[in-house]
Design a protein around this ligand. Structure first.
Ligand code: PLP
Length: 397
């Protein structure tokens, strides 16, 4: 049987692949420290779990409305008002099976073959693949390490053509952690409004920002920015709910309606009792999220210092998320087991082999001079992993 060309063209998720390899090594009794995973190492807060358990006990186990229960749409709208100063009605909100699913719905609802989507690199691996699945073309623009990988209008503008339909924004970013200031966002919004482009703003990591950085949603900048933006967010990272598979999108009613129609033919509703948990997550105490953020802040400081202490490594301290994206290119041409290391894939393989730490090669995110290290792991693992990495690097020929 032949597999479709569309699926054959997909690049498998390297993040998942490396995680799987590391898990296999662990299952084989090898002590691998995982820095590849993109999920908080914290448990889902108890009050959220209790709400879902209670929902199951109450028999809330049937189909719901495709785009989520009204209670959850209202909780999403209240969150967007409270945290982002945004006003949305119920018919402007759609709940899906993870932020990834929300994004997929957006691209499928808006894009036709021939359309172009501008994606700033380094990018989260699923953006270009999801755009390709819609038949449209990803157009990659490079941000600069010297500018902390932050995006601005000057980087975007030369890539806009008459076929451009969407600009993808991901602040704070996976994989760099870079988050955009109000001024930078104003430049992006002005460009989108002037050229009639849609902004897909993935704000999955908004709750995880450090050193007093204030997250701003681009949709909140002006009525015009609001009209041009679809905000996408996720329960996964802010509430340690990765396995629950819940995300949401908010934007113009006609786009949300189109996405709802699509979702109705794909997955129907997100899991009923998980939605009840999400209501409590969004409307209940935000203290567990604040505590997670405090812990991530300590780890970020430590891991950036440890990396910058290693000869040949340069690590920018990012504004948000739980990743660092160090430059490792000065170590290229060093030899491991007699062979020169020439790229981020070989460097990551060397780290897995020599230091027994799992990281993700930067090439997967569109920059081959870097690796992505997730600090969503304990301080003890960070210290041990960085000790091993420093030792392995020092032993390179
Ligand atoms: N957007 C970004 C930038 C991400 O890193 C992720 C997950 O890694 C998602 C969206 C999707 O998260 P989920 O589908 O778990 O809600």
């Amino acid at each position: 049987m032949n597999i479709s060309q569309r699926v054959k063209n997909l690049v498998p998720s390297a993040t998942l692949a490396i995680g799987a390899k590391a898990r296999q090594m662990q299952a084989d009794g090898i002590d691998v420290i995982g820095f590849a995973q993109g999920e908080p190492d914290f448990d889902t807060p108890g009050h959220i779990k209790e709400a879902a358990i209670q929902a199951v006990r109450d028999g809330f186990t049937k189909y719901t409305a495709t785009g989520g229960i009204n209670e959850l749409k209202d909780a999403v709208a209240a969150k967007l008002k409270r945290d982002n100063g945004l006003t949305y009605a119920r018919n402007q909100v759609l709940v899906s099976c993870g932020g990834k699913h929300s994004l997929y719905n957006v691209f499928q609802a808006l894009l036709d073959p021939g359309d172009e989507v501008i994606i700033p690199a380094p990018y989260w691996v699923s953006f270009p693949e999801q755009v390709k699945l819609s038949g449209a073309t990803p157009v990659i623009v490079q941000t600069k390490e010297s500018q902390g990988f932050r995006l601005n209008r000057e980087i975007l503008e030369p890539a806009v053509t008459p076929r451009t339909k969407i600009i993808v924004l991901n602040s704070p970013s996976n994989p760099t952690g870079a988050a955009l200031s109000r001024t930078e966002l104003e430049g992006v919004a002005a460009l989108a409004v002037q050229r009639g482009l849609c902004i897909v703003s993935d704000e999955t990591y908004e709750a995880l920002v450090y050193d007093g950085f204030q997250h701003v949603s681009i949709a909140s900048l002006s009525p015009a920015a609001y009209a041009h933006t679809i905000v996408v967010n996720s329960m996964s990272k802010a509430y340690a709910m990765t396995g629950w598979r819940l995300g949401y999108a908010a934007g113009p009613a006609e786009i949300i309606k189109a996405m709802d129609g699509l979702q109705g033919q794909m997955t129907s509703n997100p899991t009923s009792f998980a939605q009840r948990g999400a209501v409590i997550a969004l409307t209940g105490s935000q203290e567990p999220t604040h505590q997670m953020r405090e812990e991530f802040a300590k780890r970020r400081r430590r891991i950036v210092d440890r990396l910058n202490d290693m000869p040949g490594i340069r690590c920018h301290s990012p504004e948000g998320a739980f990743y660092v994206f160090p430059n490792i290119a000065r170590l290229y041409q060093k030899r491991y087991q007699g062979k020169p290391i020439t790229n981020s894939t070989e460097f990551s393989a060397f780290l897995l082999d020599a230091a027994r730490i799992a990281v993700v090669p930067g090439v997967e995110f569109g920059n081959d001079n870097h690796i992505r290290i997730s600090y969503a792991t304990s301080m003890e693992h960070i210290e041990k992993g960085m000790d091993r990495m420093a030792e392995a690097i020092a032993a390179l020929g």
